[in-house]
Design a protein around this ligand. Structure first.
Ligand SMILES: Cc1ncc(COP(=O)(O)O)c(C=O)c1O
Length: 382
């Protein structure tokens, strides 16, 4: 019987780590979780209160496909508050997470067979979604020579491209474009007729300077955003797009047919998220402490070749002096010292066997203990 080739995409190896970690915990073992890619905190209290009120008082039926007006207006106001940028609410589409937004952006902007540039290393789901939609992913390697960020030269070398996905701050590297760097990428794309899709899901979680939004730098860029990370709402499945006016009709029709509408209770609650800055910034302050603990602990363990950890809650580390098989290394760490981390192959099929992604979204104490154990392990295996 016919089965589609589009489902024939790569698995997520981190799931193997998570499964092994869960069975170790079920057997009574301890696990320090540096593999997870989500905040350990619940949604901020204002959001939970708004959700309770919505559950008690609202019918929670379908909404309009692009989201409730109140939330679209609040998101638009957020651009004014956070970036000093005027975004009309009718250019905002509320989506089922960044994941749902990414699918809508790809379908609205590209035709089957179009070539879409993605970074290597980069977020694995991009490659997989692009392939599943019948588009062609074109890997663009980023590394220490450009601080792990894209440049016009790197994009040009991948020509011809119809689209380009940039994530800044990046998962898995944390590297973040400066305003000048993103402006050069956006300007190059505009001149070359390449549609820029800018994933800004880790905005708000930055340590040196705020990340610039592509919405301010290019009239044709599509911005993908989410309540999952800074807003600490992964399971609420809510995100948004800021898209050029000429794509909004396509996005609305696609959203109507694919999703009907984003989750209603999440939408009504999320309006409050923008007024929970104090609580959310306290999470970022904790990430900053954990980041320092992780970086200095890794350095003490001799793991020093890392991507610039400007934002998000990840460190992307070159472990080639320890192994040529990061999948085996992370399996051993889990088994021998109870530390779960993600092998790089999830993010970089070609060179990920030499890299590990460490997440520091869990507690600072756990990060400190994990990195102490890694140090001991490295010294013992010398
Ligand atoms: C770079 C990046 N984009 C998108 C997503 C998907 O997020 P969401 O929960 O909003 O669908 C993730 C999740 O880890 C991510 O790291």
């Amino acid at each position: 019987m016919k089965a589609a080739r589009r489902g024939d995409i790569a698995p997520f190896y981190v799931m193997e780590v998570m499964k092994a970690a869960a069975s170790r915990e079920a057997a009574g073992g301890d696990v320090l979780h540096l593999e997870v890619g989500q905040p350990m905190t619940p949604a901020p209290s204002g959001v939970r209160r708004a959700a309770a009120a919505a559950l008690a008082g609202d019918r929670l039926g379908y909404t309009s496909a692009l989201g409730v007006d109140r939330l679209r207006e609040r998101i638009a106001r957020h651009y004014d508050e956070a970036y000093g940028l005027h975004v009309p609410p009718d250019r905002v589409a509320v989506t089922v997470g960044a994941s749902g937004g990414f699918v809508l952006a790809m379908l609205a902007a590209f035709d089957v067979g179009d070539r879409i540039g993605i970074t290597e290393p980069g977020y694995a789901a991009y490659r997989n979604i692009i392939e599943a939609l019948g588009l062609e992913p074109v890997g663009i390697r980023v590394g220490p020579d450009t601080r792990y960020v894209l440049t016009p030269d790197l994009i040009d070398a991948a020509a011809p491209l119809d689209g380009l996905v940039v994530a800044s701050p990046s998962n898995p590297t944390g590297a973040t474009h400066t305003p000048g760097e993103l402006l050069r990428v956006a300007g190059f794309c505009d001149r070359a007729g390449i549609r820029l899709v800018s994933d800004e899901i880790y905005h708000g979680i930055t340590y040196t300077r705020p990340a610039p939004t592509a919405a301010a730098l290019s009239p044709s860029a599509i911005v993908v955003q989410s309540f999952s990370k800074y807003y600490s709402m992964t399971g609420w499945r809510l995100g948004w797009l800021v898209a050029p006016a000429d794509l909004m009709g396509a996005i609305e029709r696609l959203a109507q047919n694919l999703f009907i509408s984003p989750p209603t209770v999440s939408q009504l609650a999320a309006v409050a998220a923008f007024d929970c800055g104090e609580e959310l910034d306290a999470n970022v302050a904790r990430y900053a402490r954990s980041r320092d603990v992780l970086i200095s602990g890794l350095a003490a363990a001799g793991i020093e070749r890392i991507a610039p950890p400007d934002g998000a809650f990840y460190v992307w580390a070159d472990v080639s002096h320890l192994t040529d098989d990061s999948r085996e290394l992370t399996a051993r760490w889990l088994e021998e010292i109870g530390v779960a981390a993600t092998p790089g192959i999830d993010f970089d099929p070609a060179q990920g066997h030499r890299f590990v992604r460490f997440s520091y979204s869990e507690s600072t104490a756990d990060v400190a203990e994990a990195v102490r154990r890694i140090g001991e392990w490295v010294r013992a295996s010398d």
